[in-house]
Write a protein that binds this ligand. Structure first.
Ligand SMILES: *Cc1c(COP(=O)(O)O)cnc(C)c1O
Length: 387
């Protein structure tokens, strides 16, 4: 029998049509700012049901520009989840805002209006909820809390392209936010290699995002103060070079066509995991709120390692020796050394996220997994946790 290959916790699915799309760009005239950037942006906007989309070189840059576009003066504060990747908080620091964290709901691992409320104050100007693992936060209540307190909302939907809110509409339509940010890193649901995007329904924010992506420069005749000749452009803002390329966007256009299929496969794998792993003692399967239809990015188990009698490193190592990858999402951001040093955060401040962190382990979840892979993951977890 051929040796079974390693099953990582997440990976992309690139098929021949994806490769052909990228190669056709390589043979064409534009490698960077060609027709595919706009085609990808239009396809994302149409899919999620937003008026505008601006694609960026990665979601971290997209988050940074989304915060920047709001024009909040330095010294004010923003709130995000502590159960997230550091980029959700760093984007505020880049814009000289103080990052403040909110604890999570113990079932969904998402922030809620109730967990955000104690951290709101007169200086709070933006709330950045993270749709953890792909399950949307309760945006209706978060958005109304934000509006009651004069705050903007940016959804960090890096995990959640393809997910639906409780009302059945798509994450990214910005019904409950000023802007929504997606990531197209290879472990995320669809990929452009590196890549990200912001969606919005606000024409001013859209224009601002376009400026910020490319040095604050425009050649748009409607925006120039003068037109001395055909060479002319103006820098009207301080922006960055956070552009995405045509090569990446050609891949993105292809990948987006497969999103619904990817979502279905992800959900089928989760059903198998839930069926087979829920009977295990000391293990809690992920919880999906009634009525939601999420495109899950992560499959997160809660394991009582003490009761199992193995620490998390031993479990990860035992899985690895069976060819099964796993990962931890997330180390609470407020416990990162830099955040502790700069802002004085410490262990104990967000007890639900900290208790969650002690127990969490993400199992492999990606659409390219076949049934034999899924079976191997289930059997390995069973063996390791019941040894
Ligand atoms: C991956 C991720 C990001 C950053 O995405 P990049 O495209 O890698 O910059 C931001 N927020 C969350 C929650 C993520 O998982």
């Amino acid at each position: 029998m051929a040796e079974a290959s390693f099953i990582p916790y997440g990976t992309q699915w690139i098929a021949d049509d994806d490769i052909a799309a990228v190669v056709s760009v390589l043979r064409g005239d534009y490698l960077t700012q060609g027709p595919y950037v706009q085609a990808f942006e239009e396809a994302i906007a149409e899919y999620v049901g937003a008026r505008y989309c601006v694609a960026f070189c990665n979601a971290t840059a997209a988050l940074q520009c989304a915060v920047n576009a709001l024009g909040i003066p330095s010294g004010f504060e923003g709130i995000t989840s502590t159960n997230t990747f550091v980029a959700s908080a760093n984007c505020m620091v880049y814009n000289r805002l103080k990052p403040v964290f909110a604890d999570i709901d113990p079932q969904t691992f998402n922030v809620t209006a109730d967990t955000i409320l104690p951290h709101l104050n007169i200086r709070t100007k933006v709330i950045i909820p993270v749709h953890f693992a792909g399950q949307p936060c309760d945006m209706k209540s978060i958005f109304s809390l934000a509006k009651d307190n004069g705050c903007f909302v940016i959804e960090d939907a890096a995990h959640a392209i393809g997910s639906l809110y409780a009302d059945g509409s798509r994450v990214g339509n910005c019904k409950y936010s000023e802007m929504t940010v997606f990531s197209f890193h290879p472990v995320k649901t669809i990929t452009t290699g590196e890549g990200g995007a912001v969606t919005t329904n606000d024409a001013n924010l859209y224009q601002k995002l376009l400026f910020l992506r490319s040095h604050g420069i425009t050649k748009d005749l409607k925006l120039l103060s003068q037109l001395p000749g055909p060479w002319y452009y103006e820098q009207q803002e301080l922006g960055y070079n956070f552009r995405i390329t045509d090569l990446q966007c050609a891949l993105g256009v292809q990948q987006l066509k497969k999103l619904d299929e990817f979502k279905k496969r992800r959900r089928d794998i989760i059903l198998s995991y839930n069926d087979e792993l829920s009977p295990l003692s000391n293990v809690t399967i992920p919880f999906e709120l009634e009525g939601l239809d999420s495109c899950f990015h992560l499959y997160v188990l809660q394991i009582d390692f003490t009761a199992v009698g193995l620490n998390r490193s031993c479990v990860m190592e035992a899985l690895r020796s069976r060819g099964v990858g796993s990962q931890v999402h997330y180390i609470p951001v407020h416990t990162q050394p830099w955040y502790q040093k700069m802002y004085g955060y410490s262990w104990g401040e967000y007890p639900v996220a900290e208790a969650y962190y002690e127990k969490t382990l993400s199992l492999p979840l990606y659409p390219k997994m076949n049934d034999a892979d899924v079976k191997r993951v289930i059997e390995s977890v069973r063996e390791v946790l019941t040894a």
